[in-house]
Design a binder for this molecule. Sequence first.
Ligand SMILES: [Zn+2]
Length: 444
Amino acid sequence: MSTQDIGFRQNLELTNVRMHPLVFVLVMFINCLTCILYLCFSSGRYIENHGVIHNIWFNTTTQEKKQYYMTQFVDSYWDNGSLPIWITAQRQGLKAGSLHFPGTAATYRKEIVRVRQVEPRFFDHSNETDWQLNIDKVVGEWFHQQDLDFVSLYFGEPDLVGHKYGPDSPERKEMVKQVDRTVGYIRDKIQQHGLTDKLNIIITADHGMTTVKRGGTVNEIILSKIPGFSFRDIKFHLVDYGPSGMLLPKEGKLETVYQALKGGHPHLHVYKKEEMPARLHYSKHPRLLPIILFADPGYVINGFLPVQFHKGEHGFDNEEMDMKPFFRAVGPDFKKNLVFAPFETVHVYPLMCHLLGMKPEINDGHLDDTKGMLVPKINPEGDGNEMDTQFQVVIGLSAMAGFLVLVFIATISNAWCKRSRAQNSSKLELTAGEERKDMKQTSF
Ligand SMILES: [Zn+2]
């Protein structure tokens, strides 16, 4: 997907912020129901560490699979030792909410996010009126009336329309305009409720999208047609879900399956899970099946027949430019009109924790990678020196941990609010982070 088309520039650069007696953070996530990076944003951990390795819950013994909607309610699938930021915020005395964000429905160590809205069973993810109603709830009720500190808010577009019509289609460009209008709506609502100087907003996604190759000249990947490969050797499989797949061979058949598929198609990459490139962070979790497949950009992996008809897909190698998401941020703690260096999605988690004045859980990110987009705090003692201590404290905590991820979330920071009040700083400016043209998706 061309990040040039993500037109948040206009609406994200409108605000003028002077100082903040309170600091909120709003993180917005514009994403996809077929993506597995949600917990990367909300926990700061790579997929192999948080364990939500697929949108589909599965049981290799019973062959049972649950589609994404029902997978949301399988607590054991989400609650793997990593805590989403809402739970950690609550445990540290903050008030958190989440609307439609993947993982919202689950219970983590017997705790749920206390303010939440889980999407209905057959929710129309494209309805702009519904989007506005949800924004009214988040900004008007949750932030303004209930004084929440952090909210994550999720939109299923322009992902769905990108899948259906392709990333370069007129339909998707129209949806991007709708998203842009919605960003403007959010900012208007924030202003109406007097929150402009108090709310930091992060708007991001967890992947890009590329056009699927179609037509008679395309050598489609159909596993059953690869010589030497047979589904009779497979105990359980997750294929026909776009450009990646996993296989569990029957006892004693791993080498047979692996050797048949390896080199079996010029656009198919085949790995034993322990051989997966470390940079993809998709090998260490026990839920990952022994053989992992992914395709070159534009190709999808079919099992028996070409049954996938999406015109746009994601899930390819995160080094591909088309897979990069964007990142925008605006609010009292962000520098204004800043174009920032690329960073991985996992680094957003420590950034959010820092804005909230929270101690992060163990994670894969580092505040070092994002703190340059923040307005330096000025020492209230009046000596003109930046207050770097709080950065150092949080960085230290992050460094001990080591992981991180991204979401579409709104955050409000009590702890930092208190610090900000004490500092009585009048030099803070609004920051608008620019789009991140080669920001890495944290997994494929
Ligand atoms: Zn998607």
